[in-house]
Design a binder for this molecule. Structure first.
Ligand SMILES: Nc1ncnc2c1ncn2[C@@H]1O[C@H](COP(=O)(O)OP(=O)(O)O)[C@@H](O)[C@H]1O
Ligand SMILES: [Mg+2]
Length: 128
């Protein structure tokens, strides 16, 4: 049976700017199943980056629910979000964000370095 890997419901994100409130997301709902590929399209300023920041656990919604692999994200503290990012999410950035003073292989190894479940041996093998 298909498994819903992302479930978001009525997701809202407001930014307070001085005395104004910017409603960047006004109640977004959708589900994504395991193995499904998804593209988010929209005009500049429509909220793509705001949504991706939340889906990627870099930011939290003002309101609404977000379940990542059945874990509720909305009220998790920063450290728990960092753990989820490490274990469940891969980012491919527009710029590569490589560290200049480490080798290519060390750059590949780096995210696994922060995962205590992966041994040094496995880390090196997987990076290689
Ligand atoms: N940190 C922020 N503070 C205030 N307003 C923001 C912030 N981030 C985004 N916005 C506003 O939220 C809306 C959506 O922005 P954004 O998610 O960057 O759209 P997109 O990536 O689709 O161009 C825009 O009106 C933008 O100005
Ligand atoms: Mg953007």
């Amino acid at each position: 049976m298909d498994h819903e890997i992302l479930k978001i419901e009525n997701l809202k994100r407001n930014f307070i700017v001085g005395s104004e409130t910017v409603h960047a997301l006004k109640g977004v709902s959708f589900n994504v199943e395991q193995g499904e590929f998804l593209t988010i399209m929209g005009a500049s300023g429509s909220g793509k980056t705001t949504l991706l920041n939340i889906l990627g656990c870099l930011d939290s919604p003002t309101e609404g629910t977000y379940l990542l692999d059945n874990i509720s994200i909305a009220s998790l503290p920063k450290n728990d979000l960092a753990k989820l990012r490490n274990q469940k999410i891969g980012f491919v950035f527009q710029s590569f964000n490589l560290l200049a003073r480490t080798t290519a292989i060390e750059n590949v190894e780096l995210p696994l370095l922060y995962n205590p479940k992966v041994s040094a041996k496995e880390r090196k093998e997987r990076a290689y």
